[in-house]
Design a protein around this ligand. Structure first.
Ligand SMILES: Nc1nc2c(c(=O)[nH]1)N[C@H]1C(S)=C(S)[C@@H](COP(=O)(O)OP(=O)(O)OC[C@H]3O[C@@H](n4cnc5c(=O)[nH]c(N)nc54)[C@H](O)[C@@H]3O)O[C@H]1N2
Ligand SMILES: Nc1nc2c(c(=O)[nH]1)N[C@H]1C(S)=C(S)[C@@H](COP(=O)(O)OP(=O)(O)OC[C@H]3O[C@@H](n4cnc5c(=O)[nH]c(N)nc54)[C@H](O)[C@@H]3O)O[C@H]1N2
Ligand code: SF4
Ligand SMILES: [Mo]
Length: 746
């Protein structure tokens, strides 16, 4: 039996539509899906290799318990009973702060998140760690303060902008915008549009740019301060916009008025006149800005993204067509958690607050490995592989060995799973119903409920089902009235009424609603994720309903059910909403409904970014003369999501990239094995000379160091990163600026 089925790629946040040929329960061919309304037949090499994500030798099929050095298959009942007992006893003895969750949904699937969060909350803990708090939270923090909600971060209005500034974003390889290569090509080739890339090296995106500002690594804060200074000194700011939509401008203006932009450009190793011209263009055109890991994982990460918000605001580029806009969404990617509100816990020994409800993976090793009464003792992980993904693998290994309980819900026997006490098998993204809530699109709100397209061969369960069963074992779910079960077996409309009546009857039910839906409608539908999508759609806020109406859904009580049915009927995905581009300012949730420019806590930090002080801090360190970019997104990695190394066979996937001049100076040659050392550790790795690297810089991609069938593929760059090398506010890693030395192996 062969059948073409519609699904999507789960390897990056674009989730491009795919059509896959399934034969004997295996994915044998993959092609882009022309019918997918967002990706429209766009796909990259990774998506075409999705079979290597689904089919490999490390697939988990049974719950496993570690006994000595062995993993022994056990029943679901035994696994969940034992885990529940251990969790209870740890919390009873040490309090809820001893428990953390990590992960809960990655690049391809988000349904499980609400279940994990409810379980965590029901157990009294707030400690939720996620990869997003290793990249985006500094930027979310800035948006939280300036526009009022952390989840209202902006994206470029990709179809309407006529000047796109890519700062620290290599979209050609990493995507991060719909149909990235097509879009970047259009921006570059259209004589009426400008693509500006700010990147220290000639990245694949920079190669196509109209203007490439090859700044010195780590100088984005200085450059952004200089650009704002130029704009204000020249009077290019959009005063009308500022008067209408911005407050506290007068408080930030002094940060720029006397700033020596010319000296700053010199430290950034940029031509002042070119920076001035880019600033003028940015202030006068329909410009937008896309910042990514080069900035988010760069020096002064949170500060730089905040300065970028100021830049956008003074040029009148926020919430306007063609500028940076706040997209619509079905579900925000996290919750607004303003750290000034004492109800949010800080981490016990490192004192970091949550941003978007998430704590930074960088601090977890310290939060485990200490003698505090309330240190972390139990960690439950789903859809994440901290031992390869997060900074400082040695620190993680040491910390995890000190846990009383480590449980990993996975599809593969990963490096992290191998350290766990229990490993629980999840259905894969292609074996279950699932969706993502990514919102990197505008003005459409896109959604795809992926159908299961292959069958599992073991006893795996949906992650949300696993979490529900665990919640049950922990006694978190109340006894559900028979009437709710009965209604679920009849019709969705009867179920909706029965559920409503039940929720109204007991105020405690709402807090555990996902579990109730899982046990009733989930059971009936054969999928908790599918049932949760239905429930979610019944409860959407008013502005989502307005957006859905603009996308053609009939307003009224059945709207949620109609969208649900449409999702089931359209496995290729569909537009479920359209935001009103003329109402983008309505997303401002500050008290005065304006963009609040002034964040007092970072004032001193801004003032510290001067040409003189930065020149000093950037000076070469004799012990560590190179700057390592510890991570790079390229055709041959997809975070740690690919388990079968076959897909990169014959390619030079994981090397240390170095400029040929540097190699020559050091007497090193291409393909030679060299030794790289940082404050965190040492690795040996193959050298690749490459003009795509800036002199003085070296690059190792992330996502390698995979252990597969007794072999290790590539080098795990996180042996070289230190978890304490992080942003002071968000705790995010500064992976794009790691000092290192490279040596010949004698
Ligand atoms: N192929 C592939 N695509 C992916 C992924 C993957 O693993 N592989 N992962 C996905 C994920 S989770 C993410 S978060 C995205 C990330 O996507 P990107 O942020 O685009 O990824 P990077 O490769 O880190 O690209 C950032 C660029 O910043 C530049 N840079 C380095 N230092 C500096 C600096 O100091 N200043 C400036 N301005 N730029 C600097 C680098 O040279 C690089 O070209 O990619 C997504 N897409
Ligand atoms: N040094 C360095 N480190 C980096 C980066 C860098 O640039 N430099 N990039 C960082 C970035 S941007 C990110 S986003 C993080 C990502 O880091 P992680 O959060 O670890 O995410 P992934 O590597 O995408 O996937 C983690 C695990 O999810 C599992 N998984 C996949 N599908 C499912 C599923 O359906 N169910 C379950 N239960 N598990 C599943 C995979 O098998 C994999 O082991 O890595 C970061 N790490
Ligand atoms: S990895 Fe490639 S194919 Fe997959 S979603 Fe991202 S851009 Fe699309
Ligand atoms: Mo990421």
């Amino acid at each position: 039996m062969k059948e073409w089925k519609k699904t999507s790629c789960v390897l990056c946040a674009q989730n491009c539509g795919l059509e896959v040929l399934v034969e004997s329960n295996r994915i044998v061919k993959v092609k882009p899906d022309e019918d997918n309304p967002r990706s429209q037949g766009y796909v990259c090499r990774k998506g075409l290799n999705i079979a290597h994500h689904q089919h490999h030798d490390q697939r988990l099929t049974h719950p496993l318990k570690k006994m000595g050095n062995e993993f022994v298959p056990i029943t679901w009942d035994q696994a969940l009973t034992e885990i529940a007992e251990k969790l209870r006893s740890i919390i009873d003895e040490h309090g809820p702060r001893s428990l953390a969750f990590m992960g809960l949904g990655g690049l391809g699937a988000h349904s499980e998140a609400v279940f994990g969060l409810r379980l965590l909350r029901s157990l009294g803990s707030q400690y939720y760690y996620n990869a997003i708090a290793g990249e985006l939270t500094g930027m979310y923090w800035g948006y939280g303060r300036t526009v009022g909600k952390q989840y209202n971060a902006t994206i470029p209005d990709h179809d309407h902008t006529d000047m796109l500034v890519a700062i620290g974003w290599n979209g050609w390889m990493s995507h991060q915008t719909p149909q990235a290569r097509r879009h970047l090509d259009q921006m570059a080739k259209d004589p009426n549009k400008l693509l500006v890339v700010i990147d220290p090296r000639r990245s694949e995106t920079a190669e196509r740019a109209d203007i490439h500002l090859a700044l010195r690594p780590g100088t984005d804060a200085l450059l952004t301060r200089a650009m704002i200074a130029i704009i204000l000194q020249e009077g290019w700011q959009n005063q009308e916009y500022i008067d209408c939509y911005v407050s506290q401008f007068e408080q930030v203006r002094p940060w720029f008025v006397d700033f020596d932009a010319r000296a700053a450009c010199q430290v950034c190793e940029l031509d002042y006149d070119q920076v001035k011209e880019v600033s003028r263009l940015f202030a006068t055109r329909k410009s937008s800005l896309h910042a990514d890991l080069g900035v988010l994982m760069g020096r002064h990460s949170t500060l730089t993204t905040y300065l970028e918000i100021i830049l956008l605001a003074v040029c009148g580029r926020l919430c306007v067509p063609g500028g940076n806009v706040i997209p619509g969404y079905l579900m925000p990617m996290g919750s607004h958690s303003d750290e000034r509100n004492p109800k949010y816990w800080r981490t016990v020994v490192t004192d970091f607050p949550p941003i978007m409800g998430m704590y930074p993976p960088n601090v977890m090793p310290e939060e485990i490995n200490n003698n505090h009464q309330e240190r972390l003792r139990a960690v439950l992980i789903t859809s994440s592989n901290p031992l390869r993904s997060f900074a400082d693998t040695s620190a993680y290994e040491e910390a995890f060995s000190k846990l009383d309980l480590l449980v990993t819900v996975e599809i593969a026997m990963t490096e992290t799973a191998l350290m766990s006490d229990y490993v629980l098998p999840d259905l894969s993204a292609y074996e279950r119903w699932d969706t993502t809530y990514f919102q990197w699109n505008y003005p459409g709100i896109y959604c795809q409920m992926r159908h299961p397209i292959v069958e599992q061969t073991g006893q795996a369960l949906e992650g949300s089902e696993i979490l529900t069963r665990l919640a049950d074992k922990l006694g978190i779910i109340p006894t559900i009235p028979e009437s709710v079960y009965e209604a679920a077996s009849k019709s969705r409309s009867e179920y909706g009424q029965a559920l409503y009546t039940y929720v109204q009857s007991d105020p405690k039910v709402a807090a555990v609603l996902p579990f109730i839906v899982a046990k009733t409608l989930g059971k009936e539908m054969g999928s908790v994720n599918l049932a949760w999508m239905w429930a979610l759609l019944q409860n959407v806020p008013k502005d989502f309903r307005e957006n859905a109406a603009r996308a053609g859904f009939k307003p009224g009580p059945t709207m949620g059910d109609d969208i649900f049915q449409a999702l089931v009927d359209h496995p290729e995905g569909l537009w479920i909403g359209q935001v009103d581009p003329n109402k983008n300012f309505a997303n401002l949730r500050t008290e005065d409904k304006r963009i609040n420019l002034y964040i007092p806590e970072v004032e001193e930090w801004v003032y510290s970014i001067t040409p003189e002080s930065e020149a000093e801090r950037l000076a070469t360190d004799g012990d560590y003369p190179f700057i390592l970019m510890a991570g790079r997104h390229m055709d041959m990695n997809a975070n740690t999501l690919m388990r079968n190394p076959e897909w990169n066979k014959g390619r030079r996937a994981c090397t240390l990239a170095m400029h040929p001049d540097d190699a020559e100076r050091m007497g090193l040659s291409d393909r030679q094995i060299v030794r790289v050392t940082t404050e965190a550790g040492t690795v040996d790795i193959e050298l690749e000379t490459s003009l795509a690297t800036r002199s003085g810089n070296v690059i190792i991609p992330h996502g390698f160091g995979l252990s597969y069938n007794g072999e290790v593929y590539g080098v795990n760059v996180n042996w070289l990163t230190k978890n304490t090398h992080r942003d002071p506010i968000a705790g995010t890693p500064l992976h794009r600026y790691v000092r290192c030395r490279v040596e010949m192996i004698k």
